[in-house]
Design a protein around this ligand. Structure first.
Ligand SMILES: [Zn+2]
Length: 308
C-alpha cells in the first residue's frame, strides 16, 4: 500500500446553502462512512485541513475579490452570490479549510511524508474564477494547491486533471496565461457553465462530450488525448479535480461513468506520474451529488490512490 493522506476538517460540514441544496454537508459524511465501511480508512493517514493563508489565496485570486468575499460573509442567515452559490456564517472558514487542505497536501507530498493525498473537503473549487465565486465554489482549491507547488516548492511543470461533469471554467480562467500548468478535462457539453469550447489555450486539452457518454468513450479519450498531453508536459506533480457528478447515477449531469472508470483513470494518472519519475498526486473533491454513487465513486478513486 502507498501512504495516502486523507485531509479533511469538520468546519467543511458547517457551510450550508439551504436545506434542499445538493452541495450539502452530508456529501462528506457519505464518503467518510463508505471509507469506514470498506475498511479503507485504516490504510489512510488522516490530517486536519489548516486554514489557507491570504498569501496562498492571492496566487489564484485578486485582493479585491478576497476582500469582497470577506465583506459578504453574513453573521446569520444566507447571502446569495449567485442563484446557486450562497454564504452562511461558516462558509468563509469552510472555504479556507478546503483551500488549505490542498496547500497541506502539497507540503506533505513534497516532504515525502505521504506519496499522494485526497482532500475530502467542501465547498468545491473549480468554478471559482480569479475574481468571481460561482457554481457552489468560492476559492479555486485545486488552483491554490497547484500554485503552492509552483511558487513555494519551486516546481516548474504541473498538470491538472478534471473529470467532473462540468467544465472547470475557474481553473481555465486562472491558468489561461500560465503554460506551467497543463490542464486536461472532460465535461458534458452543452451544459453549465457553457465554457471550455472556444478560445482554448494551447496548454489545455478540453474534451466536451455529449450527454450519455459512457466509460468506454471516456477511456478512449484519456488514451488518445489526455495521456499524450501529460507525457509531453512531464508534470512534476499531478492534481486532480475529482468530481463524481459524472457518475451514471448522478442526476446533476447526464454522463455515464461508473466506479471502475474512476479507479481506472486514477491508475492511469499514477502510471503517468511514475513515468515522470515520481508518484506525486494531489486530488481534491469537486462535485458529486447522489450521496450513494458519490461515496462509492470517491472510495474507488481513493482506493486506487492507496493501492498504487
Ligand atoms: Zn460538477
Amino acid at each position: 500500500m502507498t501512504m495516502t493522506a486523507l485531509i479533511t476538517h469538520r468546519d467543511c460540514a458547517l457551510h450550508e446553502m439551504g436545506s434542499y441544496h445538493p452541495e450539502c454537508p452530508e456529501r462528506l459524511a457519505a464518503i467518510q462512512d463508505r471509507l469506514i465501511a470498506t475498511g479503507l480508512d485504516q490504510y489512510l493517514v488522516y490530517y486536519d485541513a489548516p486554514l489557507a493563508e491570504r498569501e496562498h489565496l492571492l496566487r489564484a485570486h485578486t485582493a479585491e475579490y478576497l476582500d469582497a468575499l470577506a465583506a459578504s460573509a453574513p453573521e446569520k442567515g444566507l447571502v446569495h452570490l449567485d442563484p446557486d452559490t450562497a454564504m452562511n456564517p461558516h462558509t468563509l472558514r469552510a472555504a479556507l479549510r478546503a483551500a488549505g487542505a490542498g496547500v497541506l497536501a502539497v507540503d506533505l507530498v513534497m516532504k515525502g511524508e505521504v506519496e499522494n493525498a485526497f482532500c475530502l473537503v467542501r465547498p468545491p473549487g473549480h468554478h471559482a474564477e480569479r475574481a468571481k465565486a460561482m457554481g457552489f465554489c468560492f476559492f479555486n482549491n485545486v488552483a491554490v494547491a497547484a500554485l503552492h507547488a509552483l511558487e513555494a516548492h519551486g516546481l516548474e511543470r504541473v498538470a491538472i486533471v478534471d473529470f467532473d461533469v462540468h467544465h472547470g471554467n475557474g481553473t481555465e480562467d486562472i491558468f489561461r496565461d500560465d503554460p506551467r500548468v497543463v490542464m486536461v478535462s472532460i465535461f458534458q457539453h452543452p451544459f453549465y457553465p457553457y465554457s471550455g469550447t472556444e478560445d482554448t489555450p494551447k496548454h489545455m486539452v478540453n474534451v466536451p462530450v455529449p450527454a450519455g457518454t459512457r466509460g468506454d468513450a471516456f477511456r478512449q479519450i484519456v488514451w488518445d488525448l489526455w495521456i499524450p498531453a501529460l507525457r509531453e508536459h512531464q508534470p512534476q506533480m499531478i492534481f486532480i479535480s475529482a468530481g463524481f457528478d459524472s457518475h451514471y447515477e448522478d442526476d446533476m449531469g447526464s454522463l455515464g461513468f461508473v466506479e471502475n472508470d474512476y479507479a481506472w483513470v486514477t491508475q492511469q494518472l499514477v502510471d503517468v506520474a511514475k513515468e515522470c519519475g515520481h508518484r506525486r498526486i494531489v486530488s481534491t473533491l469537486e462535485g458529486g451529488y447522489n450521496l450513494s454513487s458519490l461515496a462509492r465513486a470517491a472510495v474507488a478513486h481513493i482506493k486506487a490512490l492507496a493501492e498504487s
